[in-house]
Design a protein around this ligand. Sequence first.
Ligand SMILES: Nc1nc2c(ncn2[C@@H]2O[C@H](COP(=O)(O)OP(=O)(O)OP(=O)(O)O)[C@@H](O)[C@H]2O)c(=O)[nH]1
Length: 338
Amino acid sequence: MTDFDPFADLSDDELDAMLEEGSLAEGAGLPAMSCGTDVPEGFHSGFVALVGRPNAGKSTLLNACYGEKVAITSPVAQTTRRRLRAVVNREGCQLVIVDTPGIHKPKDGLGSELNKSALGELADVDVIAFVIDASAPIGRGDAWVAERVAAAKAPKVLALTKADLAGPEQMLKQLEAARALVDFDDEIVVSSTEGFNVEAFVDVVAGFLPEGPRWFPEGMGTDEADEVMVAEFVREKVLLRTREEIPHAVGVICDEFERPKRDLLRLHATVYVEREGQKGILVGKGGEMIKRIGIEARRDLERMFGCRVFLGLDVKVKPHWREDAREIRRFGYAADDE
Ligand SMILES: Nc1nc2c(ncn2[C@@H]2O[C@H](COP(=O)(O)OP(=O)(O)OP(=O)(O)O)[C@@H](O)[C@H]2O)c(=O)[nH]1
């Protein structure tokens, strides 16, 4: 937890005015849960979709709720290409939080698949958390997502995130604009990076979950295969190191995953780009860039798998793969692959 408090500059009256509109919770006003014990009776469980426009902060919020990094994040729009489910256990309830690709007007075959994947979740979950960036003006992108969210049946919670980047005035404006888009059942301001109101967010969405079973064993973290996690962590480092069109043109496949010893993983991944020029940039002078990407990915993977990792990387060119349905599927980015 941190000392960060986005409401610190507000007078009591201003804060009251904010709270009046909805149950804008600073850990307060949370729906009471009837599941105080471990017994199955009164246990609440269900699926919570994080949706929003690209770069809103969905994956970062998922990681904060889960308590460790399982979803990759970056400032590049459309970082998330696969639906990722992470199991969050709390006393008396289990939330399966579903991170979805940012919903946007698609420009290519890959974009259409990403939208399909995210929009598909809206019909299947128990709660929808609409994640809106408090620091970026609400615009047509949010409105486009809102139209789709508003049409869904599940309860809707507004998660106004990146509160650490917005002043109270800006936050109020954002709240008003968000309320004009969707009739929310509840709303909360969070900062995933500062850990502000993350637990309160979990409580708010848990309050909308129906009584139900533990869907996944307590020890289970995500439903993603190890090979997919390797490919995604490599892709994240590429996104963080490259600019302009390269992040969007990159697809990664983990093609070797061996455990020759209990405390050692031998991994290999191939990074695909669409053009020779992009390959040149990614490899870098004397292989310097790809080497750095490999070192950074290896560090994260060693932390995640809890053992030593040897990671080999290759860069190859696959022209126009983002327009090719078969290739999109091969990378695992197709909506019905998941
Ligand atoms: N300061 C601050 N930055 C944040 C916060 N949440 C997310 N970010 C940053 O915002 C950027 C985008 O975050 P992501 O979590 O990748 O966004 P996303 O909505 O999953 O994006 P897509 O994958 O494009 O759909 C990253 O650089 C994050 O570090 C926050 O609470 N505070």
